[in-house]
Design a protein around this ligand. Structure first.
Ligand code: GLU
Length: 340
């Protein structure tokens, strides 16, 4: 890993605020309305039960760091969290083991390959590369606190529920559907074991991972979970600290680099915020110090990202002024470029 030599340097944070309440409400409704007729993309079907989703469902929710909520459309409709769970399990494991250990063990770099790529593992000598692809997520889940797989599952369920501020439940139908068909994830876990990257029985690790992916959430839950990451690790609705501010910072950095599968670069270019999508159609986006955004719409692009979710979030990032790369000159200057 990079030696950044910043021991003992105090951390300042960069923050800002959202526009006034009524304007955020209007813009969330507009984000929903202007994208609700889009039919692009298709519903995931490689997990049989996901193919049953109603493709017309579309919810958008923004939760600010004061716990205020702005919702439009099907923000209460429930679906399985899928890969978005990776972000929160990573945060919980990071809380336990710390910044450096997880960076070394699992990694933070993009693979440039599909989320369930086996080639990526082989190309990198068995290194999982990052916790947002299946190999890294399985290695991360294997590190979760707990003596048995059942203890680990309980710790994940309760940790993700703290992020959401309510008790999340397992979707038994989705879980059984994925458990019956996840041969590729079983192969990835076996490969990781062969490289000494997971120390627990691989099939047990896959089972806990499949359960974490099958937790039921709504767009509103996702917005609260994202807002907790935007709020230095404190759930702004319940006031409970879930993880440290440093863990949030690390998690957001990993999401910025890897959150939208092979389209993470394009996402950062257009939206300018850390995010994470899941194949059931959920999407979280985090505006640090300001708000969390949760969207749900099951039709996905080729990489597995919700199409309407990305469009609604792109709009909100622009109109709410959330892009972390955007700045304006502090002093008005003349428009002539000085090339000296
Ligand atoms: N449970 C899914 C899998 O491992 C998650 C995929 C995703 O949302 O990217 O295949």
């Amino acid at each position: 890993m990079l030696d950044v030599n910043i021991d003992g340097v105090e951390q300042a944070v960069s923050t800002g605020s959202l526009p006034e309440w009524g304007r955020v409400d209007d813009l969330v409704v507009a984000a929903h309305e202007r994208n609700s007729t889009c039919q692009d993309g298709s519903v995931a079907d490689y997990i049989p039960e996901l193919a049953q989703a109603d493709p017309e469902l579309f919810g958008v929710c923004v939760v600010d760091v004061d716990g205020g909520e702005h919702a439009a459309g099907d923000a209460a409709a429930e679906f399985s969290i899928q890969s978005i769970s990776k972000a929160f399990v990573y945060a919980l494991v990071c809380e336990e083991f710390g910044h450096q250990a997880i960076a070394d063990l699992v990694g933070v770099n993009n693979t440039g390959l599909a989320f369930n790529s086996v080639i990526a593992i082989e190309l990198n000598d068995g290194h999982p590369m990052n916790p947002m692809v299946n190999a890294g997520a399985l290695a991360t889940t294997a590190l979760m606190r707990g003596l048995t797989a059942a203890d680990q599952w309980e710790a994940i369920k309760s940790g993700l529920s703290s992020f959401a501020g309510r008790e999340l439940e397992l979707d038994q139908v989705v879980y059984r559907s994925e458990a019956a068909t996840n041969t590729r994830n079983r192969a990835i876990a076996g490969l990781l074991e062969s490289y000494g990257r997971i120390k627990r029985p691989p099939l047990e690790v896959v089972d806990v991972y499949t359960k974490q992916c099958s937790l039921r959430v709504s767009a509103r839950d996702l917005a609260v979970m994202a807002a907790t990451l935007a709020d230095g690790g404190v759930n702004p609705v319940t006031g409970v600290r879930v993880v440290s501010a440093q863990v949030c910072r690390d998690t957001l950095a990993v999401l910025a680099a890897n959150g939208l599968y092979e389209r993470s670069g394009e996402w950062l270019f257009e939206i300018g915020l850390p995010g994470k999508s899941g194949v059931a159609g959920g999407l979280i986006t985090i505006a640090p110090g300001k708000a969390g955004i949760g969207t749900f719409s099951p039709r996905l692009d080729q990489a597995g990202n919700s199409v309407r979710g990305q469009q609604a979030t792109a709009y909100l990032s622009r109109v709410l002024g959330l892009n972390i790369f955007a700045s304006a000159a502090k002093q008005p200057k003349d428009n002539t470029l000085n090339v000296d």
